[in-house]
Design a protein. Sequence first.
Length: 118
Amino acid sequence: VQLQASGGGLVQAGGSLRLSCAVSGRIFSSNRMAWFRRAPGKEREFVARINWAGYSTVYADSVKGRFTISRDNAKNTVYLQMNSLKVEDTAVYYCALDLRSDSTYDYWGQGTLVIVSS
């Protein structure tokens, strides 16, 4: 299984970006997908997760109302739509796969850098 994250870049505060995470390999329908991020000098933190069917989502308080996680299982891709970006959203964003929906993330993408300028 491999995860390939993309879509990062430089954006001004208040702008938007959409991250994508393409999953290749054999996975099962009981999985959950998530996004995490690591800001410079900080620990990695949870951003959002979504279940297989796409109807159950969870967000960190810091992004609630601004970010939306979604998935297209036909394309094996998970998205993170980020709106109203803030300077403090600057980080490397990682997608992760939880194969058994037990909050143990078995596979990680390589990360994509998001820089929000003031």
